[in-house]
Design a protein around this ligand. Structure first.
Ligand code: PLP
Length: 357
């Protein structure tokens, strides 16, 4: 049955599949949710306080432009406020990029497998996805550069990549962007930036001064633990920022989200200590999986990717029976969020019951 006459692009659109909520698992509400790359800990006290304070003002509309948040981000990362915009999560900003740049028939280039929102937004706009295969779970930038044409409006590079966790250095990105026409926008999606090895470089400072066609996307969802209030930001040339600001949904970032994000920046030293813990745990989990015989790609994020191949679905089901919810990509692999030491141990214990493929 079809009510109304939806757009052709919408008819063909797959539904976004969020990570399975712990409460929906076979194993009941006590299940451990390692499926959405969230921060396992509640927000730091200063953020909770800021949210509580902001509640008193929610009868008013928020500042549409999130002026104070933009200025705070700009000062924090050392750019001008005109180079920054804030959106409803980095997914909100990604949607704005598509709305601003992709006409029907335009090409959008991205390696695949990567972030699931990319093909969905491309299809939504009637654009054409052009994909390059991963090599050993990492991007093949050579092939990706070769597949960019004069019709390519956007190139999307998630670094670290979701779900494989592999990351690019700013040197590699610079080499890539030099091969791309300056009329093509290259989006560097850094949702997991803070978990990366700093030696890989800082895209904002290493790349933006040289390439006005680069846009860097970051978020408060993962590292900062604000996935539930929705705030992300983009950093780019002021002209590019002004263009995507035209498609900002009115009041897209709530007053509560703006307050939470500002407080998270102020409290970043405390948050950084938690990031350090997760990074240590990631190395421990990856080493334990390698010990079991799995070939784990080097992760620079807060998750690990297990190339389970043909046994992906059965492995997912086995873990679920042990009360561990992960993110399966049938026929390919399983993405597992790195959590607290205790939850990671429970996951590793359950993995011991699965024989590597
Ligand atoms: C989680 C994630 C995002 C989205 O983050 P929000 O800011 O919560 O919208 C964007 N890109 C990638 C690659 C992600 O994994």
């Amino acid at each position: 049955m079809s009510i109304g006459r939806e757009r052709v692009a919408i008819q063909a659109l797959p539904a976004y599949k969020p990570g399975k909520a712990a409460a929906q698992g076979d194993s009941g509400p006590s299940a451990i949710k390692l499926s959405s790359n969230e921060n396992p800990l509640p927000p730091v006290a200063a953020v909770q306080q800021a949210v509580n304070d902001a509640i008193a003002g929610i009868n008013r509309y928020p500042d549409h432009r999130a002026t104070v948040l933009r200025a705070t981000i700009a000062e924090w990362i050392g750019v001008s406020p005109q180079q920054v915009t804030a959106g409803n999560g980095s997914i909100g900003l990604l949607q704005q990029l598509f709305l601003s740049y992709v006409d029907p028939g335009d090409e959008v280039v991205f390696p695949w497998r990567s972030f699931e929102a990319y093909p969905i937004f491309t299809q939504l706009m009637g654009g054409k996805s052009v994909n390059t295969a991963l090599v050993e779970n990492a991007f093949d930038l050579e092939a990706t550069a070769s597949s960019v044409s004069a019709n390519t409006k956007l190139v999307l590079l998630a670094t670290p990549n979701n779900p494989t966790g592999t990351a690019l250095s700013t040197t590699e990105i610079a080499e890539f962007v030099r091969r791309v026409p300056s009329s093509t926008i290259v989006v560097i999606d850094e949702a997991y930036k803070e978990f990366m090895n700093p030696a890989l470089g800082d895209s904002v400072h290493d790349l933006l001064p040289h390439f006005p066609n680069i846009l860097v996307l970051r978020t408060f969802s993962k590292t900062h633990g604000l996935a539930g209030v929705r705030a992300g930001y983009a950093v780019a040339d002021p002209e590019l920022i002004a263009t995507i600001d035209k498609t900002l949904l009115p009041f897209a970032v709530s007053s509560v989200a703006q307050a939470a994000a500002i407080a998270a920046i102020v409290a970043f030293d405390e948050i950084k200590q938690r990031v350090e813990q997760i990074r240590l745990e990631r190395e421990r989990v990856a080493a334990a999986l390698a010990e079991m015989g799995w070939r784990i790609p080097k992760s620079e994020a807060n998750f690990v990717y297990i190339p389970t191949g043909e046994i992906t679905e059965v492995t997912f089901a086995t873990l679920e029976k042990h009360g561990i919810i992960t993110r399966p990509f049938p026929g390919e692999g399983i993405r597992v969020t790195v959590s607290t030491q205790d939850e990671n141990n429970q996951f590793l214990k359950a993995m011991k019951t699965v024989a590597p493929s």
